[in-house]
Design a protein around this ligand. Sequence first.
Ligand SMILES: [Fe+2]
Length: 439
Amino acid sequence: MTVHDMHGLTLTGASATSLAAYEQALAELQCYRADPVASIDRAIADDPGFAMGHAMRAWLHLLGTEPAGYAIAEASHREAMTHAATRREKGHAAAIAALLGGGWHEAGRILEDIALEHPHDGLALIAGHQIDFFRGDARMLRDRIARAMPHWDAGRPGYHSVLGMYAFGLEETGHFPQAERIGRQGVEIEPRDGWSQHAVAHVLEMQNRSVEGIAWMTQSEAWAQDSFFAVHNWWHLALYHLELGQFDAVFDLLDQRILGSGLVTVIDLIDASAMLWRLALRGVDAAERWQGVADRWQQSGQPGLYAFNDVHMIMALIGAGRTQAAKEVLAALAEAAHGGGDNARFSAEIGLPVGQALWDFGRGDYASCARRLRAIRGMSRRFGGSDAQRDVLDLTLIEAALRAGDGALARGLAAERDAMRHESPLTQLFLRRAQALAS
Ligand SMILES: [Fe+2]
């Protein structure tokens, strides 16, 4: 008997029992919580010929850009290929194959076609949305979801996830009021939805509403309960405190929530590195904290796989004083720039120049750092991440201009920031320091 999911999508090889585990895995993924890998493993144990079970297992191991996830995803992909029978299932297998081969854009395009045909395929939407994030396609972060929106409503399970994704896409394309409204709606429907929570956090970050941001993250911490995305949301909370110059709160969050998480995933390592780097830019000594982060990168990182990760690894290694290791990551970036797959362009266009700029900053060549960052700043989206994450490049640039004594550039950059974040104590500090420099 053919089994269908709650939206009527055919699931080859599933039974009633494995279907329940599959739907649980998807619901968990849609909240970024609990353990969707354990749930999907249960589904596959029940029905080893469950094509979409294998596909979901592959996506779960690919969407964190974890080096260790690739081998598992490859094995799951082989199973998904073997058992896929419908066009949709074959499409997932093809998209997974594209991503395994380094084709971020191709994988995103195949998932587009699946979702155009099956707008209720929540897995195709979420996998595509994450791919849009990693390849820095803000327009598709929004419009992949906008296309599906007319097919969803509050009565349909998983709606909160679609709202959260749409809100984030709207935020990354600058539609802040609409993004905030839709993101809040997602959290209202499902308070444990870490991505809807996160979309609103981004709006509050981009609009420099730091005090409101702190309230938003602390009024209910349902988003943090049993969440594998919690570290990143704690990072957003720390970011508001940092903007306000509340360093004790930043260190509390850093020690208890970010470093204290054990830095299990690459995303955790990115957040830890970025927060320590921002503190260093502020002249705040994070002391030995760098060492643990650098250790974890060296244990589990794999330079040359994805440029956005590599530049954060370089931050941690420079911060920990491990210059030789940082040089090795730079060499891996340079090699990746001439390698295959979409990461070659991510590395050549943005990753390598940013890595070199960080290197310059670390050795005190601030003028060279500023020169390199100015050259790529306007197109830095191309190596993935969010506007809020890439703000670290602007912060590094302005600090480099200040330390290089380039008064004209520093005043220009401070004025830019003042236009967007006037109420920020950090902006005011930049303005004062820039104005104190000679022309
Ligand atoms: Fe974020």
